[in-house]
Write a protein of this length. Structure first.
Length: 215
């Protein structure tokens, strides 16, 4: 059976795995984005705090994904939980780093002007600083998403959802007639999902970033 015949015979299962893969990455990215931006907002004013946040999230990213999931299994069990925790942790660094860089790059005169007309600190953050820092934050989100697409495949090791199951099934049955097809189908599906997500982010950027501040 060639690759295209394999896709035709397994398309329903592959679509289900692709949906689970995309859903897991999307949901984890929402959580990672909220946490990352909050950490950036809390630390960008202090050089020491910003460096600490970046260092901690960088250190997390150095832990091999298989080891991370393996360490989480005794704590939270198999399935969705270790997948979600590991993906959220891995997704933090680009968002935290870009949030800090973006917020520090906001023109201080604009913030002072907003303060001068009586804007509260929260209002300045929501209406001035975060909108101006949004382009680098969105770039961080795009980078995190691309990373998590690949890392999510390892979740199959802990019985997690997604296209990694297809890849692991192929690896575990190397030598059988469809082993290579399984590995390639899972890999091909992840690449397609990554391209689709990135195209969506490009569209979001065009809709949310004023032309004058686009990179």
């Amino acid at each position: 059976m060639n690759f295209w015949e394999y896709l035709g015979s397994r398309h329903q299962q592959l679509l289900a795995d692709a949906y689970q893969h995309a859903s897991a990455v999307f949901q984890c990215m929402v959580v990672a984005t909220l946490l990352g931006v909050l950490i950036g907002v809390a630390t960008y004013r202090s050089e020491w705090a910003g460096n600490l946040a970046t260092t901690v999230t960088s250190t997390i990213l150095t832990i091999p994904s298989l080891a991370m999931i393996g360490l989480l299994i005794p704590l939270v069990g198999l399935g969705v939980a270790p997948t979600v925790i590991s993906l959220v942790l891995y997704g933090l660094l680009p968002i935290v780093r870009n949030a800090i860089v973006g917020l520090r790059g906001v023109d201080p005169t604009l913030v002072d002007a907003a303060k001068g007309i009586g804007m509260s600190r929260t209002a300045r953050m929501l209406r001035i600083e975060l909108p101006l820092a949004w382009p680098p934050i969105l770039t961080g989100i795009r980078v995190s998403t691309q990373m998590l697409m690949g890392i999510a495949a390892i979740a199959a090791y802990a019985s997690g959802p997604g296209l990694g199951n297809e890849i692991f099934r192929g690896i575990s049955s190397l030598g059988s007639k469809n082993a290579i097809n399984q590995v390639f189908a899972g890999t091909f599906g992840i690449v397609i999902l990554a391209l689709i997500f990135d195209a969506v982010y490009v569209l979001i950027g065009r809709l949310t970033i004023p032309r004058g501040i686009r990179a």
